[in-house]
Each structure stands twice: as structure tokens, then as C-alpha cells.
Design a protein around this ligand. Structure first.
Ligand SMILES: Cc1ncc(COP(=O)(O)O)c(C=O)c1O
Length: 394
């Protein structure tokens, strides 16, 4: 099929109150940290927002039935998974949804497991809500991350442990977990009555035709003990619309979740909702082409590092546009690494944002144009030649 989308178009959004380009990008040439893409959303998404905006209808809304139906259709077509529309609820962001689950299913002082290095707002939302973080730290061996199941089992067995927040695919290591891993996690959590929140924010971005495995598909028993949180934000570059959803097949838990939503009194976001419906209705080919484009960028990054800065090891990804670089051979702490990248003119995320397990690493977002990626890499390389290469052991 012919390509319909051009991901080489420069994404110019300076001076538009855009966090990536106006804040992170303030003092550098290229911001490659925060997890927004540099791609224009599909035109249908822009049109959906524009059409609602130009109608001037901004009064209280009614959630259109198409919202839940579009989630059901997307999971069916993209992930071969049955999601009944009534299992879904709108949420204004994935991390808000985590907060709602904490309130619905746990008490202050309860334990919540996370698997660092992992998306930093998991820890933030748990600790800010007076719950206790238990870290089931991933183990890096042979350039690949593994789950320490013995440790997971020990932590899950503590009676105060109530939830595991799973990141699948896992940000920042760029890894979609295998069925075997997911089943082992599910077995441990089911056995110890630990509820699983499966964050599938990056589930549309898997490489080489690999299929995302939604946690709810593992078995009926698993589906009753888990919830999915997701949105089109990462795929369609609509994070700022704060429109996401949960999938909760367990009716009783869904009811408890909705009771918490009522307490917080948040309602459906009409602009975000129409954007979401348009994205999930018209965005399949865009997604396929974008994933192929990003995979090429991953290849450019891998090749560039191997040729020019071979001491940096890219953790080989099978998902996401967030590449996790092991910089430990440079023997610099994260403050030094941060200064190095900033002075080279490229913003990346510090590895220690993701927990102690991220010390000596950085995360770079390759969902930009090839031109931006190559120029950013040349800037980094130039600085490396000036400041780093001579100091490395030969
Ligand atoms: C795994 C993961 N979950 C959640 C989020 C944030 O979602 P939201 O902004 O909807 O809370 C991100 C953003 O980078 C993410 O990578």
C-alpha cells in the first residue's frame, strides 16, 4: 500500500505554549526528552477538534457512545481483543486513573509495586497519595532487562501489597513484555490477590510486526483481577488533550472505580473526546506508517552510535519511541550527563528520573523527523569529540 503520511514534515510549534519545544527546548536546539512525537496528528483528528471548536458549542456535554465503541473497535482490530464498551470509562489522563484506583482499592500506607527503571509518575502519584512504593527493580543482564520473580513474589506476598502498576510496553526500556513474562506476573499477582493496573500507553508502537498482548487477554481469571489504562495520546500526539480511558472487565471493581470518579466530579472532555474518536476511527494506517518510520529512526540511532560513539549501548527495543541508552562507560554521573547533553544542544531525559536503576542512563525520544534526529546526533557527536573521547580509556 502506498504511504499516505509524511513524517518528514518539520514540526514547528515554537511559541505555542508547547512543553516540549517551548520549555524543554528553551535552551537547546532539539528537545528529545518528553514523550510527545514531532508528528502532526492525522488530519481527521485536527478536523474533529476544529469542527467542534467552530460550532461554538462548549456547554456541558454528553459522552458520545462512539467514545467507548471506538476503544472496543481499536482493541478488536489492532490487538485482536474483545473489549465490551461497558467495560470502559473516560479518564482525564492515565496517571489520574492510577490515582482513582489507589483510592478505590487501597488505603493510605498500603504497598504498591512498580518495576524501575519505570515511568517516574508512577512513583510520584503513589507517594503523593500516601501509599508505599515497593520497587521490584528490573535486572539488566546481557543488555536485556529481566524481571526478578523471586523478589516480585516476596513483595506480592506482603499482605499490605494491593496493586502492581505494570508498564507494558515498558517505558523507558522500550520493551513489550513476552506472553511468558506476562503470565508469570499474572500468576504471582493472582495468587497473592494483588490487582494489576496494566499501563498500555505505548501499545500501538511495537516493531517488526510484533503483536501487543493486552493483559486482560491472558485468561478470564486474570481479566477479573486487572484493569487497563490507555489513551491515543502517545500514538496520535494528543497528550495535551488529557483524554484517556480505563478498561475494567470486573463489574464490581468498575463500580468502585466509578464511585471514586463521582467523588472527584470530573466529566467528559468534549474536544478531547471527539479527537479520540477520530483518531481511533481513522488512525490505523497513520499508526502503521508512523511505527515503520520510527523503526527506521531506531536503526539510524543504533548505527550512528555503533560507528561514532561505540561505548554507548542502546538497550535493544521492541516497542516505544523512547530509547534507553546505557552511558555508564563514560563514567559520568547524571548531573554531568545532563550538562553534557544540554551544552551539546540536545535535551534528553536523565536516567535517574526513573529511579536509582536509571543512574548512568539517558532516555532519548526518536519520534522526530530523521533530519532532526541526525542533526541532534551530530551535535552530540561534536561535543563528544571535544569533551569526552580523549578522556576515555583507549
Ligand atoms: C507509560 C506511561 N504512562 C503514562 C504516561 C502519562 O500519561 P498521562 O499524561 O495521560 O497521565 C506516560 C507519558 O509519558 C507514559 O509513558
Amino acid at each position: 500500500m502506498l504511504n499516505q503520511y509524511n513524517f518528514d514534515i518539520p514540526f514547528n510549534c515554537k511559541n505555542s505554549h508547547h512543553y516540549k519545544w517551548d520549555q524543554e527546548g528553551k535552551d537547546v536546539r532539539y528537545p528529545l526528552g518528553v514523550a510527545d512525537t514531532d508528528y502532526h496528528p492525522p488530519q481527521e483528528v485536527v478536523d474533529a477538534v476544529a469542527s467542534r471548536a467552530s460550532s461554538g458549542v462548549f456547554g456541558y456535554g454528553i459522552q458520545p457512545a462512539e467514545f467507548a465503541q471506538s476503544i472496543s473497535n481499536w482493541y478488536q482490530k489492532r490487538h485482536n481483543t474483545v473489549v465490551l464498551p461497558e467495560w470502559t470509562s473516560y479518564t482525564p489522563g492515565l496517571i489520574v486513573a492510577v490515582k482513582m484506583f489507589l483510592e478505590a482499592l487501597t488505603d493510605p500506607g498500603d504497598n504498591i509495586i512498580i518495576q524501575p527503571p519505570v515511568y517516574f509518575n508512577f512513583k510520584n502519584i503513589i507517594t503523593r497519595n500516601e501509599r508505599n512504593v515497593l520497587e521490584n527493580t528490573l535486572v539488566l543482564a546481557d543488555n536485556k532487562y529481566h524481571i526478578d520473580y523471586e523478589d516480585l513474589e516476596k513483595k506480592a506476598a506482603d499482605p499490605k501489597t494491593k496493586i502492581l502498576v505494570l508498564c507494558n510496553p515498558h517505558n523507558p526500556i522500550g520493551h513489550a513484555w513476552s506472553r511468558e513474562d506476562l503470565e508469570k506476573i499474572a500468576d504471582i499477582c493472582n495468587q497473592h490477590h494483588v490487582f494489576v493496573i496494566s499501563d498500555e500507553a505505548h501499545s500501538d508502537i511495537l516493531f517488526n510486526g510484533q503483536q501487543h498482548i493486552p493483559f486482560i487477554t491472558l485468561s478470564e481469571e486474570v481479566a477479573m483481577n486487572c484493569a487497563t489504562i490507555n489513551s491515543g495520546g502517545k500514538t496520535f500526539n494528543t497528550n495535551g488533550l488529557y483524554t484517556s480511558y480505563v478498561i475494567i472487565p470486573n463489574e464490581e471493581i468498575h463500580t468502585m472505580f466509578k464511585q471514586v470518579v463521582v467523588k472527584h466530579h470530573f466529566e467528559f472532555n468534549m474536544l478531547g473526546g471527539f479527537a479520540h474518536i477520530a483518531a481511533y476511527t481513522h488512525g490505523a494506517q497513520y499508526t502503521d506508517e508512523m511505527v515503520a518510520y520510527i523503526w527506521q529512526n531506531v536503526g539510524y540511532l543504533r548505527e550512528f552510535l555503533q560507528e561514532n560513539m561505540p561505548e554507548i549501548t542502546m538497550i535493544e527495543p521492541n516497542a516505544t519511541y523512547l530509547m534507553w541508552l546505557d552511558m555508564r562507560a563514560w563514567n559520568m554521573d547524571n548531573d554531568e550527563l545532563h550538562s553534557f547533553f544540554q551544552s551539546a544542544g540536545v535535551a534528553v531525559n536523565r536516567g535517574d528520573m526513573y529511579g536509582d536503576a536509571g543512574k548512568g542512563f539517558v532516555r532519548i525520544n526518536v519520534a522526530c523527523t530523521k533530519a532532526v534526529l541526525m542533526d541532534a546526533l551530530h551535535l552530540i557527536h561534536q561535543s563528544y569529540l571535544e569533551k569526552i573521547k580523549g578522556k576515555l580509556p583507549s
